[in-house]
Ligand binder design. Structure first.
Ligand SMILES: Nc1ncnc2c1ncn2[C@@H]1O[C@H](COP(=O)(O)OP(=O)(O)OP(=O)(O)O)[C@@H](O)[C@H]1O
Length: 300
């Protein structure tokens, strides 16, 4: 099957800054895919290249088999992008904006679909409100609606939940999940790593314009350890090298050790005691995406 997105050898430089340093990536149709990376990693530049807003220096990008340069119209028709920036024309109402956007894609009678999108995004009562009158979270939902007017098979969301409150965020995810279940391919960038962990089947991590990790969410979560032992000490101690190697994170006087088998817990605790540590609190847990993300970023 044609991949939803195919990116091969893409580089992009802004003066002396290498924003994309050779990115290769394929996203299959129907995936819920996460693109993660710290500020400035190149996520938005990659998305802009995909939508034709930025022209890469080298490499190729395809959406549903359509080259974004040579076959721009077909590639653009297949793609819906929710931009990170809240860009909109302040003089139009939400509905006017959606009708206009439909026209841009050559769709004349789109009222039924527009009503459905507005309903799912909880914007029906704001349909006739001027865009500039909406709150930040509502503007963001209106931009999600705008990305969907032409029913694109591939939807890219660049930090869609920044500035959206918890309740609306959950509503948004229910809708995006439904779109994914209906067969749409979803690519998401977010700094809320727990959102990526629960929603995405596969995740790519970008750092300084390069993909430094690409795997299923389940595999990534096990990257450094299957389990965690969190230990809080009365006072800091120097750990012997063997024990220090198991340490995944150190925060607020708490130590987080990674381990594979529960039998290892006794050894870790004995090691902490032998180092002179006095344990005041302890918990077992599983690694989360934030720990894995920090670990991968530190490694690369
Ligand atoms: N138009 C531009 N001119 C010059 N530099 C740019 C331009 N657009 C992006 N950059 C630079 O390219 C790098 C990648 O930026 P990009 O916005 O793609 O990162 P990002 O991963 O989306 O970051 P964030 O999480 O902050 O949104 C950054 O160093 C940024 O400053």
């Amino acid at each position: 099957m044609t991949p939803a997105i195919r990116i091969a050898g893409v580089t992009k430089r802004f003066r002396s800054l290498q924003a994309l340093a050779g990115v290769d990536l394929e996203v299959a149709q129907g995936e819920f895919f996460g693109l993660l990376g710290p500020n400035g990693a190149g996520k938005t530049t990659l998305i802009s290249s995909l939508s034709g807003l930025a022209r890469p220096d080298s490499g190729t990008l395809e959406v549903m088999g359509h080259d974004v340069v040579r076959d721009y119209r077909a590639a653009r028709m297949a793609l819906g992008v929710v931009p990170q920036e809240l860009v909109f024309d302040p003089f139009f109402s939400v509905r006017e904006m959606l009708v206009l956007q439909s026209g841009y894609f050559g769709i004349k009678k789109n009222d039924a679909w527009i009503d459905e999108i507005l309903h799912h995004l909880d914007l029906t009562t704001k349909a006739n409100a001027n865009m500039r009158m909406l709150s930040g979270g509502m503007k963001r939902r209106a931009l999600v609606a705008q990305a969907l007017v032409h029913r694109p098979p591939v939807i890219v969301l660049d930090e869609p939940t920044a500035g959206v409150d918890v309740e609306l965020r959950q509503g948004l995810w229910t809708f995006i999940r439904k779109l994914n279940q209906d067969g749409h391919t979803i690519v998401l960038t977010t700094h809320y790593l727990e959102e990526a962990e629960t929603l995405c089947g596969r995740i790519a991590m970008l750092k300084a314009g390069r993909i430094v990790a690409l795997d299923t969410t389940a595999n990534l979560l096990q990257r450094f350890a299957s389990h965690l032992l969190q230990v809080k000490l009365a006072a800091p101690v120097a750990l012997p090298p063997l024990l220090a190697a198991k340490l995944l994170r150190e925060a607020d006087g708490g130590l987080e050790f990674g381990f594979e088998h529960f039998d290892d817990v006794a050894d870790i605790l004995a090691g902490v005691r032998a180092a002179g540590g006095s344990i005041v609190d302890m918990a077992l847990g599983k690694p989360d995406m934030e720990q894995v993300f920090v670990g991968i970023m530190n490694q690369n």
